[in-house]
Design a protein around this ligand. Structure first.
Ligand SMILES: O=c1ccn([C@H]2C[C@H](O)[C@@H](COP(=O)(O)OP(=O)(O)OP(=O)(O)O)O2)c(=O)[nH]1
Ligand SMILES: [Mg+2]
Length: 147
């Protein structure tokens, strides 16, 4: 069990910190920190504040992922899914929503718009070399094995 610190930012006392909706949910649902309704017109993208900042242990990142219900019912997803929250980021977590649906979508204060999933990230050192080993696949990719 990792401990992640979360700070509610000033001016957002009405907005809940992210919450798990079931005991073993992967994600903590993120509440929109908008002060009033925001309309996302079809095809538009909008940066939504959340009202919190995180302090994660080194080796942990947070991902922001879409909610499938909003995706299926409204065509609402994250433009940069999964959004990456770096372990050393101390700013407000924000969510880039995009409306891929047919109709305008309204975000109301406190709506659950996305979910926060914490992941272990191995600490890696890149070692630059002249040669890398051969494999059967080689440079085949991007569907080279067929459908
Ligand atoms: O959906 C997102 C994605 C990123 N961030 C914040 C946290 C993250 O640590 C920082 C940088 O994100 P990223 O590395 O994806 O963006 P960048 O374009 O590479 O920005 P930077 O040059 O600041 O790293 O922005 C968010 O709040 N929400
Ligand atoms: Mg970056």
């Amino acid at each position: 069990m990792y401990q992640v610190k979360i700070k509610k930012l000033s001016g957002y006392q009405d907005i809940s910190i992210p919450q798990k909706m079931s005991e073993f949910a992967s994600g903590f649902d993120i509440y929109a920190g908008v002060k009033e309704e925001v309309v996302i017109r079809k095809g538009e993208r909008v940066l939504i504040p959340t009202g919190f900042a995180l302090e994660m242990p080194v080796g942990i990142e947070a991902q922001i992922r879409p909610r499938s219900g909003l995706a299926l019912k409204n065509g609402i997803t994250l433009l940069n899914t999964p959004g990456t929250i770096d372990s050393d980021y101390r700013g407000e977590v924000k969510v880039i929503l995009i409306n891929l649906g047919e109709e305008d979508f309204i975000v109301k204060p406190g709506d659950r718009i996305a979910q926060l999933v914490f992941m272990e990230v191995p600490q890696v050192k890149l070692v630059e070399v002249e040669d890398i080993t051969q494999t059967n696949r080689g440079s085949g990719g991007f569907g080279h094995t067929g459908k």
